[in-house]
Design a protein around this ligand. Structure first.
Ligand SMILES: O=C(O)[C@@H](CO)OP(=O)(O)O
Length: 245
C-alpha cells in the first residue's frame, strides 16, 4: 500500500511581500499569492495528483490558498478540516518586525538562530502587544503560545498528524495539507527523519505542491518528496533562504 500526501505552503502573503516576520498574525494573500495558489491547483490537475481531503491551519493565508488551489484543481467540493496545530510557528516578539532590520540590528548569527535553529525560540511577545494572539477568539480554550521554536511546532503537529491525518491516508485518501513554511518543515522533519541540523537548511517555497509517496510504515519512498515543478520550487526555496539579506 502506498499513501499520497501533498504539502502546499500558502502563496505570497502581504507580510512575505513586505518582508515582516509573520507567525500567527493573520495576514491575507497578495494578488501574486492568489495567482501562485491557482497555479498550484493547475499543477495538481495537470499532473493528476488530486486530493480527496484537505487540512488547513486557522490562518486565512492557508485557508485562501487551499480555496484557490482546489478551485483550479476542480476539487473545491472535498471535505476540509482545520486546526491551530497546523498554524505557522509563533514568532514571538519578532511578529510584525522587518526581517532586514532585525538582521541588521542583531547580526547574521542571531538572525539565523531565530529563523532556523531547531530549539531556540525568539523572545516572548507581550500579551497586550498588537500582534499577540492571546485574546483571539479562534483559540479559545487552547494554549496560545507567546513564542515557539521549530521543536515546539513538531510537538504540536505530531499528535495531529498521528490522530487526524494518518487515518485519512490509511483509508486510501490523497491528503492535501495547506499550511506554512515552518509547520510544513516540522512535517518534513518528521517524515524524513531529518536531524536538527539538516532541517535548518530546508526552505519551503510558496504554493508549490510537494508530493510524498509513503510506504506502509509512512516512510517516504522518495526522500524529501517530489515537487510537481522542481525547477520553480528550487528557485522559490532559494528566495526564502535569502530573506532578510
Ligand atoms: O515570517 C514567518 O512567519 C515565516 C514564514 O513566512 O518566516 P521565516 O521563513 O523567516 O521563518
Amino acid at each position: 500500500m502506498t499513501y499520497t500526501l501533498i504539502l502546499l505552503r500558502h502563496g505570497q502573503s502581504a507580510w512575505n511581500k513586505s518582508n515582516q516576520f509573520t507567525g500567527w498574525v493573520d495576514v491575507p494573500l497578495t494578488e501574486q499569492g492568489i495567482e501562485e495558489a491557482k497555479h498550484g491547483g493547475d499543477l495538481m490537475k495537470e499532473k493528476n495528483v488530486l486530493p480527496d481531503v484537505v487540512f488547513t491551519s486557522l490562518l486565512r493565508r492557508s485557508i485562501s490558498t487551499a480555496f484557490y488551489a482546489l478551485d483550479h484543481a476542480d476539487r473545491l467540493w472535498i471535505p476540509v478540516k482545520r486546526s491551530w496545530r497546523l498554524n505557522e510557528r509563533h514568532y514571538g516578539a519578532l511578529q510584525g518586525k522587518n526581517k532586514s532590520e532585525i538582521r541588521q540590528e542583531y547580526g547574521d548569527k542571531q538572525f539565523m538562530i531565530w529563523r532556523r535553529s531547531y530549539a531556540t525560540p525568539p523572545p516572548e511577545i507581550a500579551v497586550d502587544d498588537e500582534f499577540s494572539q492571546s485574546n483571539d477568539p479562534r483559540y479559545a480554550g487552547e494554549p496560545v503560545p507567546r513564542t515557539e521554536a521549530l521543536a515546539n511546532v513538531v510537538t504540536r503537529v505530531e499528535p495531529y498528524f498521528e490522530n487526524e491525518i494518518k487515518p485519512e491516508l490509511k483509508a486510501g485518501k490523497t491528503v492535501l495539507i495547506a499550511a506554512h513554511g515552518n509547520s510544513l518543515r516540522a512535517i518534513v522533519k518528521m517524515l524524513d527523519g531529518l536531524s536538527d541540523e539538516e532541517i535548518a537548511k530546508v526552505n519551503i517555497p510558496t504554493a508549490m505542491p510537494l508530493v510524498y509517496k509513503l510506504d506502509e510504515n509512512f516512510k517516504p519512498i522518495v526522500p524529501r518528496g517530489e515537487y510537481l515543478d522542481p525547477e520553480a520550487a528550487a528557485a522559490g526555496a532559494a528566495a526564502v533562504a535569502n530573506q532578510g539579506k
